[in-house]
Ligand binder design. Sequence first.
Ligand SMILES: Nc1ncnc2c1ncn2[C@@H]1O[C@H](COP(=O)(O)OP(=O)(O)OP(=O)(O)O)[C@@H](O)[C@H]1O
Length: 281
Amino acid sequence: MSVEDDPATTERETAEEEAAGDAGAAASATPKLRAENVTKQFGRIVAVDDVTLDVRPGEIFALVGDNGAGKSTLMNVLSGVHAPTEGQLYKDGEPVQFSNPSDARAKGIETVYQDLALMDDLDIATNIFMGSFPKRGVGPLRVIDWNATYERSRAIMREQLGREMDIQTEVEFLSGGQRQLVAIGRALAFDPDVIILDEPTSALSVDATRLVQNTLDRLAEEGITIVIVSHNIESVLEHADRIGVLYQGSLVDIMAPSETDLEELNELMTTGTLETGLLDD
Ligand SMILES: Nc1ncnc2c1ncn2[C@@H]1O[C@H](COP(=O)(O)OP(=O)(O)OP(=O)(O)O)[C@@H](O)[C@H]1O
């Protein structure tokens, strides 16, 4: 009897296939975002070097790497800030060219930058809809619809971010975690299906980090695809579905948190390889 015919083997294989079912389905779906052979040079500096990666629909994909590894540059290529020197981006399987962040926005990709760019003396609702205020009236008589602005801000806070906050509070009175949520709320006002975040938990307390991470988990559960650039490896190991490691501009590995640990990730980030030589050519 061949191995293929052995009922025990077949049973085990079926169980393994079932266990891998969900992950397999996600892996075989059309990627939400794809970077194919993307290189970005600044003069002679190769900041991102021939990177190919797929971000799957509804996953939290974390980009990690040492200082200068190319994380921000790759993020800026995905969000339309930089055009790639070489390579091609795809959104939902369609080739796309972004000349600026508005082009990415038009394709459903929003970016939350590290500085958050909030207006401290304005309230939460105004910050959320800054740049996308609902309007009423027609032609030259169109004006901001403040009722809709407040209603929709409240809905974003409550239904998408899961927070009860007084949306008339000025942003200057908010904690670091709450400010990050407002910046995420502003991204949500554009109704994206991808949100890219640069270091969303840097300089946050443990509690605030948890608040932001739980919010990102919630958005991913709603089906929004999340890409984060992060130095917070512990948090990434806890919350990301997959982790891409950049080293000197190259993508050296992509793995699930269950396939790695803190020590191994640190080693990959700082040396670009593992002592075991698994990644050596
Ligand atoms: N606008 C630019 N002009 C010239 N060089 C740049 C520019 N932006 C980035 N670089 C260079 O590209 C390389 C990658 O930088 P990048 O900021 O993408 O790395 P990073 O992984 O985000 O680093 P960090 O964690 O320190 O922010 C570095 O050598 C950096 O000096």
